[in-house]
Design a binder for this molecule. Structure first.
Ligand SMILES: NC(=O)NCCC(=O)O
Length: 417
């Protein structure tokens, strides 16, 4: 269990205050899982893990064995590398459908003051090594983090960062197409898109690259945040692509980009279109969303009987000009710490431990997609859903004359009349 740096907590009147974690670690530990493992007796750790991570086929989640070449890349280039297996029950009529899925989280490489091209190429160089580790590990489907090819500059509201935007078949896609072909791997690549054919407009888009290096399609972020420093609405509008599910060589996948994870109907729609794995490439910071992070995707996996792969950026990105976001905070030059912590959730409510809170990482999981239908059969969430009630409710709600259905206690108003 790696302990990153000296524990540095402050105590005031006997109470532990917020630990100082300049490096983004949790009191010097890479992740909550590592902190617990290092500080609990083994039987307590086992019990706490059962409660925190759930069980898969009645057992603690198994780890998967990775090749030495992948492990060597991870230690040489200091990225976290972890691998797990989500099993399903054996069926009599269907063979297991096991796919190996990977998630990559990474920090930017050069300062945001460096030339844009250098910044982008440096990220390519770093990503190449981690993708090589995924390739060596036999990953079938790989997803990168939101806007992986640039700093997450949308806090600044400065339009010059739009220069990073690329067409769907631009430089970033071409870079990944080579690797997709080389490793026979589907790659989900969330980029800042410039739509040349529609007035050069900008979108927040995931490009789906097939295992032959072909472009299968794209999906544009449906929900754009207007919270904290996430000033993304200055740059792009709500997506125009609905809730597509992409049928790939390895399964049916969809992409719910970042802030879309706060919207249960967004998750539902990908499920209704038949997704078996939904990726949630994100960029989010500790102060704002960390308590939500381990819950929302896991809940979506349970409610929709599919797997979810959640990816968050990692590190602190500092920009040349300080900015404010109309929330009364003093001007500042960074977003705060992107806390990494990428993880997988399964339809049976189990989930993997998270990647590091402060280092780059590659998280790999084998998942038997048969688990999706097994959970549908067990819990019947689709069958019991009452969509017609919701259709009626939403139909009323969307009417300008809508009035909430509230039945007041008549006694409440007796004294006031
Ligand atoms: N990138 C993005 O949509 N971030 C919004 C913040 C959050 O959803 O946690």
């Amino acid at each position: 269990m790696e302990k990153i740096s000296k524990e540095d907590t402050e105590t005031v009147n006997g109470e532990i205050q917020q630990p100082t974690s300049i490096d983004g670690s949790i009191c010097g530990y890479d992740s909550l899982h590592h902190l617990l493992a290092a500080n609990l007796k083994p039987h307590l750790f086992q019990e706490v893990s059962r409660l925190l991570l759930g069980l898969n086929c009645a057992k603690a989640l198994e780890t998967a064995v990775l090749p030495e070449s992948a492990k060597a890349l991870s230690s040489e280039h200091n990225f976290d590398l972890q691998a797990f297996c989500f099993h399903a029950d054996k069926e009599l009529m269907r063979e297991p459908r096991v796919v190996r899925v990977g998630l990559i989280q990474n920090s930017i490489v050069l300062p945001t003051t460096a030339s844009f091209l250098d910044q982008k190429r440096a990220i390519f160089q770093k990503l190449k090594l981690i993708i090589d580790a995924a390739g060596a590990s036999g990953v079938n489907i790989l997803c990168l983090q939101e806007a992986w090819m640039m700093p997450f500059a949308f806090c600044t509201r400065e339009k010059r960062w739009c220069e990073f935007a690329e067409p769907i078949d631009g430089e970033s896609t071409q870079f990944l197409q080579v690797l997709a072909r080389k490793y026979n791997m589907v790659i989900v690549s969330p980029i800042l898109e410039r739509d040349i054919n529609h007035g050069e407009t900008i979108w927040n888009t995931a490009v789906i690259i097939g295992n032959h290096g072909n472009i299968i399609g794209k999906h544009r972020k449906n929900h754009i945040p207007r919270v904290g420093d996430f000033n993304e609405s200055t740059y792009y509008m709500e997506g125009s692509t609905g809730h597509p599910v992409f049928e790939t060589a390895y399964g049916k996948i969809a992409v719910n980009i970042c802030y879309g994870r706060h919207h249960p109907l967004n998750w539902l729609s990908f499920g209704l279109n038949g997704a078996e794995i939904v990726f949630n490439p994100s960029a989010t910071v500790g102060e704002l969303s960390e308590p939500m992070w381990p819950i929302e995707a896991r809940n979506a996996a349970i409610a929709n009987s599919y797997f979810v792969g959640s990816i968050n950026r990692v590190g602190t990105e500092t920009f040349p000009n300080p900015f404010t976001s109309g929330d009364g905070k003093p001007q500042h030059a960074d977003f705060g710490h992107f806390y990494g912590s990428s993880y997988f959730s399964a339809p049976d409510a189990s989930c993997s431990p998270s990647l590091s809170r402060c280092r780059d990482g590659l998280l790999i999981s084998d998942m038997d997609l048969n688990l999706c239908r097994q959970l549908k059969d067990k819990w019947g969430f689709r069958m019991t859903a009452r969509y017609e009630l919701y259709e009626e409710m939403l139909d009323h709600y969307l009417s300008p004359d809508f009035e909430p259905q509230v039945i007041s206690d008549p006694l409440l108003h007796r004294n006031s009349s």
